[in-house]
Design a protein around this ligand. Sequence first.
Ligand code: ADP
Ligand code: ZN
Length: 665
Amino acid sequence: MEATGGISEMPVVTEGPGADASEALTTLHRVFGYDAFRGEQEAIVEHVVAGGDALVLMPTGGGKSLCYQIPALVRPGTGVVVSPLIALMQDQVDALRALGVRAGFVNSTQDFDERRTVEAEFLAGELDLLYLAPERLRLDSTLDLLARGKISVFAIDEAHCVAQWGHDFRPDYLSLSLLGERWPDVPRIALTATATRATHQEITQRLGLPAARHFVASFDRPNIQYRIVPKADPRKQLLAFLREEHPGDAGIVYCLSRNSVERTAEFLSANGVEAVPYHAGLDAGTRAAHQSRFLREDGLVVVATIAFGMGIDKPDVRFVAHLDLPKSIEGYYQETGRAGRDGLPSTAWMAYGLNDVVQQRKLIQSGEGDEAFRRRAASHLDAMLALCETAGCRRGRLLAYFGQEPGAAACGNCDTCLTPPETWDGTVAAQKVLSTVVRLQRERGQKFGALQIVDILLGKRTAKVIQFDHDQLSVFGIGQDLAEGEWRGAIRQLLAQGLLAVEGEYGTLVLTEESGTVLRGEREVPLRKEPKKPAVSRSGSGSGRGGGKAKAAVTELPEELQPAFEALRAWRTGQAKEQGVPPYIIFNDATLRAIVSRMPGSLRDLAGISGVGEKKLATYGEEVLAVLASLDGSAPAAAEPPAPGEAPEDDWPGPEDEPEPDDWI
Ligand code: ADP
Ligand code: ZN
């Protein structure tokens, strides 16, 4: 891997004291080509440029990078960025170099000479930004090197890695507190997308940032549409969702286990959706190759466990799908946040069912950790379940979870806002379920899982029902007024509401302390109706053009502009291949859209477009104008998706479906 090759180096900053807010804005225009700071960015940049420490909490895709990149450019010296993701450093550095920023990295992927070159550049004051893995900072040689150069700012990215409770914990982060001790005059900025108060406190304490100003950005991601659908045949549902709404789009599908990752990737590929697996069981080479394809190709789907995604800043991920329930809202929000960083309409889609609740409750009970750990895990799961079962706005729920006020009572861009769910009085149904559990236990001394309870309620004489004489129970067949899916939905909701519990390795159903109040008729049990046809709408930016068959990235563009967009995209692919970089490093989709919407006729017009900075204008300006000038107005035909294929087995997890351990790193 080459650290410093290729792109010509052109200093873009005027350094020196007197750096101020207007210089920050000039740098934003000139280097990045953006019109204005977003939200808190301006205040953060101003604070850090002036030498203050900061803790920045911003959702994934919120724009954290600029918060340290601009101070690094404006302040004299090199900005040192600590990041745990060495596999992504090359792309990060390439992206900066494409903007004319003098960036480099030092990590274990380099050979001696490459490292030496970067170190020499740093010492000569020729780097604006230097990326380092945290483990390097434990080495005396690294600290000595840093001491011999001039540092403008320390940025600690993915700062939640210092939190010992989180699943991204990196022991090397603990040593980062020494930065403040050794360089008391260099401002430090810690950034994370993890938003809980406990994590904030841990970060400030462990990184030694007591005086840091806290900046908490809005966690809303208005361009992401949140949808949670009842799980029936998840892979088929996923395929339908992709075909209807995201044909040809890049996206991530999360599954709990390695096994289901593999099977889902195979299923999608067999059905004409190009997909690759990613999990910690694959060898490092395969993982790296799949990650690199995802970053470099248009429209690839990665099916992954939670091992995938941190630090992946591909801006045009159009959907994130969950086939299994995440363990917490933090995890869900971080994963879904990887969609739509470019601000264009994107979808966070999840299929969620009874088995998810059973599975997750079982995992908590049988998992490692003490009682306190279990209680914590259970409360995280409860919050996640409440999000799944809410009849109110999902976005509102999410923001409330992060302690923020939603902008409006209904966001208009989540499934419950688009198709408000109906509720029904499920008191009698709940009593039937609970009585069946009670009868089995009291009369037979038995405990069974949800499937058997549903069969008994429906009066099905299955082999297992006959084997245990369950057709002799007085409750046998008392539930024929509801369909199987409705019973599963009712049980799922009872579990979510804590009116029923799961026990043991087989996930048998048992009563809770609260169950008695239902059985005695002391309380009502409102239940959400299971939607027959899940809400489907692709509104995002509000144009509501429905799920067309065109490439989704251009769905929202007026039809007459699509040929130009496609032409630019094809040009971009060629450029990216030639340089061996991801296409978004050339220009991202949002910038291409802005270009075709404005149809600039001159370099001057092009320069005014968001995402076209000085360096990119100089490098690509003429070519972009030439592509636009060569258009003859004929639209390329969109490919039809292939015929539907076979669906796989049901979604009940088998014994080989061990979830990916959290400590994969
Ligand atoms: P984060 O690190 O918080 O997940 P990034 O720093 O990767 O987010 O930013 C997400 C996207 O938003 C990037 O494509 C970035 O270029 C873009 N972006 C950030 N700030 C601005 C801005 N002020 N104007 C326009 N685009 C921005
Ligand atoms: Zn909503």
